[in-house]
Design a protein around this ligand. Structure first.
Ligand SMILES: O=C(O)C(=O)C[C@@H](O)[C@H](O)[C@H](O)COP(=O)(O)O
Length: 357
């Protein structure tokens, strides 16, 4: 079992490996024993497949379970309120403990609930997807607003992240594709050699479990180092948003859940690479195409439909667009981009994508 420490204001450990849930009865026993209620908020599809596996590790405790809609649909005011109603109906108190069991969206909404229930109760992240190697670490919690992604949320660190890699073995191809987007993002902002390794993967099915685990550990290490330096995103944490300005606009425009977050981020990164005049753009577009990311969708989306979302991006201010760009791989920076430059880059991106696909 691998461990990575996140030295945030409230430090915690990310445990990665098959059987990580075994730590409930060891290292985390005092936390569970101290809770007057333990509530698991679980993605409904994940619950169908893996809830019993989780509950087998929690046999000693009286655990209550609430399932929430799968994926991005969970990040709504309705689900947020349903979670609070459940906690109240179960007589939860400030001494209760929450667990988020699912992918990034479940972790985001459950974390937000934990940070707001009676002004904050402890929670543990139990990520079940590749994508959640990113979202479960760092303490960003949120739900969506129709005018923008993750617009309502908090910074609130979990007590621990137990990443049981056994659950990754059965991920459907779409989930693998979505999750690998955040892995390659971590490589782009940190390490050219690692990026080359990832760009050499032309079919994720060829990736052995051990190889995947190593990529996840590297990604978590990149993320943890940045969060430690800038937990509340005053500076360098913005680099973790590489590719997300266009990605969030695409997700908002198409309706949350109609494009996976990772697919959107892959498109967003191609746009950021073009704005950066990065030498790897063509290789990257080919890599994305061969791995099945739906690059073609931008052909039917006008820049003007995306602009209002990009102007509301959290890195922007008063409608001024700020993008995370790369001087080169491993050297991110934030740059103000004029609207006209953003528009022509988008049109150019469509042409470059058309050339490849
Ligand atoms: O942890 C961060 O910081 C990130 O930016 C990670 C992103 O990959 C993640 O999708 C995040 O939730 C987006 O953050 P937002 O602040 O733009 O909503």
């Amino acid at each position: 079992m691998k461990q990575l420490r996140v030295e945030a204001d409230h430090p915690y450990t990310v445990h990665i490996g098959a059987g990580a849930f075994g730590l409930f009865a060891n290292e985390y026993r005092p936390l569970l024993d101290a809770a007057d209620r333990i509530v698991v908020i679980a993605d409904e599809q994940v619950a169908e497949l893996h809830l019993q596996y989780l509950l087998d590790f929690l046999k000693e405790w009286d655990v209550r379970v609430l399932t929430v809609p799968s994926g991005e649909a969970a990040k709504s005011v309705e689900t947020f309120m349903a979670c609070h109603s459940f906690l109240l109906s179960e007589n939860c108190s400030r001494n209760s403990l929450l667990m988020a069991f699912g992918g990034g969206a479940t972790g985001d909404v459950a974390g937000f609930v934990a940070s707001t229930f009676m002004r904050g109760i402890p929670f543990i992240q139990l990520p079940t997807t590749i994508l959640a190697h990113d979202s479960a670490v760092g303490g960003k919690t949120a739900i969506n607003h129709e005018l923008g992604k993750n617009m309502i949320g908090t910074f609130y660190q979990p007590k621990a992240v137990l990443y049981d890699s056994k659950l990754l073995e059965t991920l459907p191809p779409g989930e693998v594709r979505s999750g690998m987007a955040e892995v390659i993002k971590h490589a782009f902002i940190s390490n050219a050699t690692w990026l080359e390794e990832l760009l050499a993967i032309r079919d994720f099915k060829d990736m052995a479990q051990e190889e995947l685990n190593q990529h996840l550990e590297k990604g978590i290490a990149v993320k943890a180092a940045i969060v430690e330096e800038d937990e509340f995103e005053g500076g360098v944490r913005k680099y973790l948003n590489f590719g997300h300005t266009l990605a969030h606009a695409l997700e908002g425009h198409l309706g949350y859940g109609n494009l996976t977050h990772g697919e959107a981020v892959v498109l967003g990164m191609s746009y950021a690479l073009l704005l950066s005049e990065h030498e790897k753009l063509d290789d990257y577009i080919r890599w994305a195409h061969e791995n099945g990311y739906p690059l073609h969708i931008v052909k039917d989306i006008r820049f003007d439909a995306l602009l209002p979302y990009m102007k509301k991006d959290k890195k922007s201010s008063q409608g001024i667009l700020n993008f995370v760009l790369l001087k080169q791989t491993g050297m991110p920076f934030v740059e103000k981009v004029e609207e006209q430059r953003a528009r022509s880059a988008y049109e150019k991106l469509i042409l470059q994508i058309e050339e490849v696909i």
